[in-house]
Design a protein around this ligand. Structure first.
Ligand code: PEP
Ligand code: MN
Length: 333
């Protein structure tokens, strides 16, 4: 259940409502949202007498939401969320393509790739400075040097960038540089990290866990929103199945399912879903056809030399042809 307060609710009225809830021994969390604040109530609320609360002039409405994710649900917000990053919009009918290398390797690589993907119509850059690698012996990313390079690529092109944060220790640093903070697949249920993301003023790109159900995915978004950060972009990037031909299996059905249940934008990462450059374009088209709000695609100017994920990285020219077919589907050319 959500108790939605009017935007001008004074502090003493908020405290009065909180006190009332405590007296009824009901568990509640206060969320100071961007427009309105809410009390999120959990547990059995069916026998509560909320008259004193519902008649408070600063209570806008009480919403009995059946799903465990409340703020992320379409019941709470029927209209699509649109997230604005620099000049780029995602959601609510706006689609964006984010492109760049898996990892930042050098300034030359990043600026070259950024310029090329921009010329093909990408509206945001990607690049990992902190890399979640399966092997401790693999390239781990350039750390803060990588963040500085990303900032220089942004300066050179004007494109905002998304980069991954892996732990609480580096959150402030990544947050200071990034336009959008990525929480990767392996951290989708890192609850302390999700709580910290909830306190950030930057939008969060939340990738689906390797074997996360739709409900678990939306509950992770709820963690971020419950901290007061409603700017969450969901990302389907393939899940673990029995098949090993592709790196993962792209779950196309997640896109319309998210659209039914949530107002949050959902984008697709076809690169990590398949692990093979030759399959990226068909999966990107499938994602757009299924209603995705955008794509995040790995592009490298020399994939054979890439320090990470070369096999799934598109050469800039191939990315260009993907963009023209995707733009045709979106009706933008
Ligand atoms: C990435 O985007 O570089 C990445 C590591 O993705 P995922 O978390 O989806 O594996
Ligand atoms: Mn990668």
């Amino acid at each position: 259940m959500l108790i939605v307060l009017r935007s001008k609710a004074p502090q003493e009225e908020v405290e009065k409502i909180h006190h009332g809830l405590l007296q009824m021994a009901v568990e509640s969390s206060f969320v100071a949202g961007p427009q309105q604040s809410v009390f999120a109530l959990t547990g059995d609320t069916s026998k509560l007498n909320l008259t004193a609360i519902t008649t408070n002039q600063y209570v806008e409405k009480v919403m009995n939401i059946q799903q465990p994710y409340m703020l992320a649900s379409r019941t709470f917000q029927p209209s699509d969320t649109t997230i604005e990053i620099g000049g780029c919009k995602i959601g609510g009918g706006h689609r964006a393509v984010i492109a760049g290398p898996c990892s930042v390797e050098s300034e030359e690589q990043m600026i070259q790739t950024a310029t090329l993907v921009q010329s093909h119509g990408a509206s945001m850059l990607r690049g990992g400075a902190y890399k979640p690698r399966t092997s401790p012996y693999s390239f781990q990313g350039l750390g803060e040097t990588g963040l500085k390079i990303l900032a220089r690529a942004r300066e050179a092109t004007g494109l905002p960038f998304v980069t991954e944060v892996m732990c609480l220790e580096t959150f402030d640093l990544v947050e200071a540089y990034a336009d959008v903070i990525q929480i990767g697949t392996r951290n989708m249920q890192n609850f302390p990290l999700l709580k910290r993301a909830g306190k950030s003023t930057k939008p969060i790109l939340l990738k689906r866990g390797l074997s996360a159900t739709l409900e678990e995915f939306l509950m992770s978004a709820e963690y971020i929103m419950a901290g007061g950060n409603y700017n969450v972009i969901l990302c389907e990037r393939g899940i673990r199945t029995f098949d090993t031909y592709t790196r993962n299996t792209l779950d196309i059905s997640l896109i319309p399912a998210v659209k039914e249940l949530s107002h949050l934008p959902i984008i697709v990462d076809p690169s990590h879903a398949c692990g093979k450059w030759s399959m990226v374009e068909p999966l990107a088209k499938a994602a757009i056809a299924a209603g995705a709000d955008g794509l995040i695609i790995e592009v490298h100017h020399q994939p054979e030399q890439a320090l990470c994920d070369g096999a799934q990285s598109l050469k800039p020219q191939k990315f260009g042809s993907l963009m023209s077919s995707v733009f045709k589907m979106m009706g933008t050319v």
